[in-house]
Design a protein around this ligand. Structure first.
Ligand SMILES: Cc1cc2nc3c(=O)[nH]c(=O)nc-3n(C[C@H](O)[C@H](O)[C@H](O)COP(=O)(O)OP(=O)(O)OC[C@H]3O[C@@H](n4cnc5c(N)ncnc54)[C@H](O)[C@@H]3O)c2cc1C
Length: 473
């Protein structure tokens, strides 16, 4: 009996548990990708990420065919149609098993439970594999068996938990016996999936496919890892891995990334500060994936810390539009937003700066920023994005204390000291001196800041002070 593998955010062949386990049965495998029109709108998925997925599917189709695994694609309008569609595909293929890798946000959990129930009722075995995290959600607990709310404690326990686990990535799935009865989809069928939606082709910047992900990983490990700690905060330097889009669509797994570091450091990264720091970032990624399982209210547009819901966020569309367009009058914020709008990606230091500026200086609801980010990012990932926004807004698990508000101009002087990054993205002030470029003088002709940094900072702190005290432990 054939095994069906339902691909989602795991668009790769290697180290793909669902695909690997299905192929190991040696009963024939068919892979399927189901596109849901409503999910695109519900999740505000960016046109850049949609096109990135489309390009990945083209590569997967060819690579899977070499293993005699046909790829089928299907399109539904509504989430409720997904489970019947998977059942229909499974039955038409006479599949005895359906494999997929777990996804953790609430909508995805509900979707997968519906598929599980429907298929089991019809006698089709469902196998849900853990893939998205190295340590699956639920395995990192404090002494009372509760989830962590603070990253540092989570990280300590995560490191303790990960050691005994097998970190060797899985190999390619077994090649199957050819089955002439099942034809894979055509390239046109893949393109057709996305025909109702705008696509944004950023292939010049972001080539698709797991091979590209490995190339970037190898390049980063060889040339960027050791210097990562010192370089990662400077947006003018290519000091980070730029692997986030590949993690987001699953053309690279976190196990592959961690095992590459282990191989480079001969199994002991403690003597390599860059490696230790990069692993910490991978753990941040895991932390936020665990948060959506342990605190599902964050999937419902709720603040992690309930008392912060009382904060009187402004609904000022003028300020928000200026921020989106990179026209705030604060050069580092404008440069960052223009980088996002042009490339579908933004440096991590800048994500924190622009998110704090929007929430703490403009007092705009973090949910507006979260939504705009996901609608533009090629690496949009619900857990990381929500976690990053709630951290910046001081509403989240590991919230930055409300009184710790970045001054974007000081951040600019510190992390773009020569103004190189600003000059690239805000060319109208490229001629300004290094002293002036971070806060252009009025006579420069650059727009004045849309808010007074000092006054808005004081006002925000006062408003936060009125909320209930923090209870983070
Ligand atoms: C407001 C805000 C929104 C964000 N939105 C997203 C998002 O939608 N998708 C996304 O992947 N990341 C998001 N991040 C986290 C981080 O900015 C990006 O992962 C990082 O900039 C990607 O660049 P890189 O691959 O070169 O990272 P590297 O520095 O090379 O780090 C390696 C990997 O670790 C993970 N990582 C690094 N930092 C974080 C972090 N703070 N939180 C979670 N994971 C992290 C990413 O998977 C990244 O690819 C957000 C951060 C903030 C502050």
């Amino acid at each position: 009996m054939t095994a069906l593998v339902w691909l989602r955010h795991d668009l790769r062949l290697r180290d793909n548990p669902a695909l690997f386990k299905a192929a190991a049965l040696e009963e024939g495998v068919v892979a399927v990708y189901v596109h849901c029109d409503a999910y695109v709108r519900l999740h505000d998925q960016s046109a850049a990420q949609r096109d990135f997925i489309r390009r990945h599917l083209h590569i997967l189709r060819t690579d899977l065919a070499e293993l005699n695994i046909p790829l089928l694609v299907s399109r539904v309008e509504k989430p409720a149609q997904i489970a019947p569609e998977i059942l229909h595909l499974a039955q038409s293929l006479n599949a005895g098993h359906c494999f997929f890798n777990a996804e953790y946000p609430v909508n995805e959990l509900n979707r997968d439970m519906a598929v599980n129930q429907l298929l089991r009722e019809q006698g089709i075995a469902v196998k849900r594999c853990h893939d998205r995290c190295i340590v699956p959600p639920g395995m990192v607990r404090n002494g009372q068996g509760e989830p962590y709310k603070v990253f540092t404690a989570f990280k300590k326990k995560w490191l303790h938990t990960v050691m005994p686990l097998s970190l060797t990535p899985l190999d390619l799935p077994l090649c199957q016996a050819a089955d002439p009865a099942v034809n894979g989809c055509t390239p046109e069928a893949i393109d057709q999936l996305f025909s109702a939606h705008e696509l944004r082709d950023l292939s010049v910047l972001w080539s698709a496919g797991e091979q590209e992900a490995y190339t970037r990983l190898d390049e980063f490990i060889a040339h960027g890892l050791t210097g990562y700690l010192d370089q990662r905060d400077y947006p003018a330097i290519e000091g980070t891995s730029t692997l986030s889009p590949y993690f987001a669509v699953g053309s690279l797994s976190p196990r592959q990334a961690l095992s590459a570091v282990l191989a480079y450091t001969y199994g002991d990264w403690s003597g390599n500060a860059g490696a230790a720091c990069w692993i910490s970032e991978l753990i941040w990624r895991e932390f936020y994936q665990h948060v959506v399982v342990d605190y599902p209210q964050v999937c419902k547009r709720k603040a992690m810390q309930a008392h912060t819901e009382a904060f009187p966020w402004q609904k000022d569309t003028g300020l928000f539009d200026a921020w989106c367009k990179g026209m705030t009058g604060i050069p580092i914020v404008d440069a960052a937003m223009r980088q996002l709008n042009a490339t579908g990606w933004m440096h991590n230091r800048l994500r924190m700066i622009v998110a704090m500026f929007l929430t703490k200086n403009c007092q705009i609801d973090w949910r507006w920023g979260e939504q705009y980010f996901i609608s533009q990012l090629i690496d949009g990932d619900f857990a990381a994005n929500n976690g990053g926004w709630q951290w910046s807004a001081s509403t989240g698990t590991d919230a930055a204390p409300y009184f710790r508000i970045f001054n974007p101009c000081s951040q600019s002087e510190r992390f773009d000291p020569t103004g190189e990054f600003i000059r690239k993205w805000v060319p109208e002030i490229a001629h300004l001196s290094t002293k002036d470029i971070h806060s252009p003088p009025p006579q420069s002709g650059y727009p004045l800041p849309i808010v007074d940094l000092s006054e808005s900072r004081k006002a925000t702190i006062a408003l936060f002070k009125n909320l209930q005290p923090y209870t983070t432990t």
